[in-house]
Design a protein. Structure first.
Length: 761
């Protein structure tokens, strides 16, 4: 059989797969079809357009429901759903207006950005991905759905699965890092967690995968910026996590703000119809991002009327906040710029979503005020958040086994993030009450009791510059101290301590939406504080708060221990104490490369080799692909993270030297816990296709196992490879592989691997 015959046209294969997965509920679909057709038969054009309209309830944040603009629109049948309204009481009133005061009584979907928790907040998604624990992510999404649904929400704008290779982009915090394989697994875990058993239960809500597509590849890491990308890179890398969510049955998709090769994603027919529906078999509905239709004017593509028509024709079903569908599609219909069929199709998809959510059976399914009282911010949820948070921390450095700290002596806890409730949760945590969040200072005192003393000093402002600091705290009032006094106080506290724990990094608003940075080091005032603390000669532990990879070159050279705690959620303080004092050994591994300099960006482990790979990384090599002034290598690579214990890998073995077509190959490696603590290790397997029709990455993650080993325990870790693992999209976007040599690599991170080769037939 020739090489190419092992490739299958992408579209065809996926269509077959989609066809298989959607069969089996034909009865239910027929019932839904009948119901929706009957309802649509009674709807006017304006009522149909109303279903496609998704306004924000911003005026309800403090205002009364009754006379709000939103209420008016609901009564007039001009609203399909809304978002940004917190509280089951208000939501119930609005739902009642839809059901009892609009002509057809169609219930509303209620959206919210429930991204990493609702009132109980879990670590930011980037941190969650560093657990490599899909079960933990599913559990977090299940709890988030339970809480959100108890407060009236039926639809979450999550998961965000945009692959990001550029640490300047603030929204790297919201996704699962740089890897397509892990990203797709995480995407599925979120969807299963939110939607549960097909959204049948009152605590199961609809997920919305976003931002479709490629938003994480915004040029120069600047938010909302353009994307230009080859189809090949899309298929092999960037699209896979969205596909993972679709395969898991995600109910809705949000299109992205960016243009793709010049076309705004929201008006991209290839993306929203050819790929999403025809190739992937997506059955749900597509909603725009916030005012994406309106923004087509600034993109220089179309005014609102034309943009609305183009978005609809491309496959967009619901318009978030522009009101373009509601106000212009009738005129476009008359002008024959859109068809009645396409309006009907979009309306049908929105109504089907409501049907699947069970809202026609019971519009108040998510409006049980008793649940709100019992199921929000519960002890059980907080316990889960604390446990999961401990899995997400990444121990970057631990010289002389400085960590874990013993609960004795005098501990100086210093830094603007050590006692800052506002900064524990990170981006997208607007539904919680920050005054309930546990800071490190609270938690450390509780953890050590009377066995040790914990003294605290703020030590510095976030930045020296007041304006920069205002940017870093967002709309909150700025509370600043005098730089010199803060430093002097910190050094005084440090002077009497046995060990210093410095809680430094980014504030919550420095990552997330609209938070791109061109410098990704610790903010100046904090870095100077850290230098002064290190200069005391006392042992220093850096507890690093961040929503993105930072350039930690100075810190890694001078600070003996660095624990990256990201933004760990409402229980952050206790979770950090659990790890710092050794009740839990850290096990997180980076899902995003930490650069040595911003000039290396974009930076990712699964890069191509180039025709002139850098021969050695220690010096500049002219006429090879490297920099005069910096290594190519990240400071901390993808997959990296230490533990308090040590894991020793034995020899990597293959069950055979050849992988027959349709056969399997076993890859085994013994892993021993050779240190002094029990611990979890994440064993990673990468593949490299030595020769292929197009250049292939130097390595790609294909499998991993998260294993718990008691101290002294050894386990033989076994992976099974088959030819599915070898496949990729070639230059014609055919999916398959070519027989030949492959390298398999296994190790504790993407840099530190053993290699063996095999031949695929
Ligand atoms: C963000 C989305 C979010 C939406 C609704 C937009 O600005 O890009 O991620 O879901 O707002 O709040």
């Amino acid at each position: 059989m020739g090489k190419i015959s092992q490739f299958v046209k992408a579209g065809l294969l996926l269509l077959v797969m989609a066809g298989c997965s959607s069969s089996g509920n034909g009865g239910k679909d027929a019932e839904m079809d009948r119901f929706v057709s009957d309802l649509m038969g009674r709807m006017t054009l304006q009522e149909k357009l109303g279903q496609l309209n998704l306004p924000a309830g911003n005026d309800l944040v403090s205002g009364a429901v009754k006379n709000s603009q939103l209420a008016e629109a609901i009564r007039a049948g001009e609203v399909g759903g809304f978002f940004n309204v917190k509280g089951v009481g208000k939501i119930y009133q609005l739902q009642r207006m839809a059901v009892e005061e609009s002509r057809l009584g169609i219930p509303l979907m209620v959206g919210a950005d429930v991204i990493h928790g609702y009132e109980t907040i879990f670590p930011i998604p980037l941190a969650l991905s560093c657990s490599w624990d899909t079960a933990a992510v599913e559990r977090m999404a299940r709890i988030s759905a339970t809480e959100a649904s108890a407060d009236g929400v039926s639809w979450t704008f999550s998961p965000m699965v945009d692959i990001c290779r550029d640490a300047r982009w603030g929204r790297v915090a919201e996704g699962s890092g740089e890897d397509p394989y892990l990203g797709a697994l995480m995407a599925g875990a979120y969807v299963r967690g939110y939607q549960g058993d097909g959204m049948k239960q009152h605590n199961e809500i609809m997920a919305c995968v976003k931002h479709f597509a490629l938003y994480g590849a915004s040029e120069s890491g600047r938010d909302y910026n353009s994307v230009d990308m080859s189809r090949n890179r899309m298929y092999n890398v960037y699209l896979r996590p969205y596909k993972g969510a679709v395969d898991a049955g995600v109910g809705s998709v949000m299109s992205s703000f960016n243009t793709i090769n010049g076309v705004p994603a929201t008006a991209d027919k290839w993306l929203l119809t050819d790929l999403l529906r025809n190739e992937w078999g997506f059955q749900g509905f597509v909603v725009t991002d916030y005012n994406s239709i309106g923004e087509m004017k600034s993109h220089g593509v179309a005014d609102v009327q034309e943009a609305s028509a183009r978005a609809l024709n491309a496959g967009t079903d619901m318009d978030m906040v522009t009101h373009g569908f509601l106000h212009t599609l009738e005129a476009s219909l008359k002008a024959k710029a859109v068809t009645q069929e396409r309006i009907d199709e979009a309306c049908r998809r929105v109504l089907e979503a409501k049907y699947k959510l069970g809202l026609f059976e019971n519009p108040y399914k998510y409006c049980d005020t008793l649940r709100a009282r019992k199921e929000l911010f519960t002890e059980a949820h907080r316990k889960a958040a604390r446990e999961i948070a401990t899995e997400t921390f990444v121990l970057l450095k631990n010289d002389g086994q400085l960590l874990p700290l013993q609960k004795k002596g005098r501990i100086a806890l210093i830094g603007p993030l050590a006692d800052a409730q506002n900064n524990m949760c990170g981006t997208w945590s607007m539904n919680c009450a920050t005054d309930r969040h546990v800071t490190m200072y609270d938690a450390f005192r509780r953890a050590v009791g009377d066995r040790a003393t914990v003294s605290y000093a703020k030590g510095s402002n976030l930045y020296y510059d007041e304006q920069m600091e205002q940017g870093a705290v967002g709309p909150r009032p700025l509370v600043r101290g005098n730089d010199n006094q803060l430093r002097a106080e910190a050094l005084r506290v440090a002077a009497s301590a046995d060990v210093i724990v410095a809680a430094l990094g980014e504030s919550a608003e420095m990552s997330g939406e609209s938070a791109s940075r061109t410098e990704i080091q610790l903010p100046d005032a904090q870095r100077d504080l850290l230098k002064a603390l290190v200069a005391t000669g006392k042992p220093v532990v850096l507890a690093l708060f961040t929503g993105r990879p930072l350039d930690l070159c100075w810190e890694s050279a001078h600070v003996p221990a660095i624990l990256n705690v990201w933004f760990a959620g409402s229980e952050a303080g206790d979770a950090i104490a659990d790890v710092v004092f050794g009740d839990v050994s850290p096990s997180g591994k980076l899902t995003t490369s930490f650069p040595r300099a911003v000039g290396q960006l974009p930076l990712y482990y699964n890069h191509l080799n180039t025709g002139r790979p850098d021969a050695d990384d220690t010096s500049f090599n002219r006429y090879t692909s490297n920099y005069i002034d910096q290594s190519n290598e990240p400071l901390y690579p993808f997959g990296y993270g230490l533990s308090y214990t040590t894991f020793t890998y034995g020899t990597l073995k293959l069950s055979a030297e050849r992988l027959p077509k349709g056969g399997q190959l076993k890859v085994t490696v013994p892993v021993a816990n050779t240190g002094r603590y029990d611990g979890v290790e994440i064993v990673q397997l990468y593949l490299h296709d030595v020769y292929a029709e197009i250049a292939r990455p130097v390595k790609e993650l294909k499998a991993f196992q998260r294993i718990f080993l008691k101290k002294g325990e050894t386990r033989k870790v076994e992976f099974v490879l088959d030819d599915e693992d070898l496949k990729y999209y070639n230059s014609r976007l055919e999916y398959g592989y070519e027989p030949g040599e492959f390298e398999v690599m296994v190790g504790p991170d993407s840099r530190n691997v053993q290699r063996v080769t095999f031949v695929a037939e």
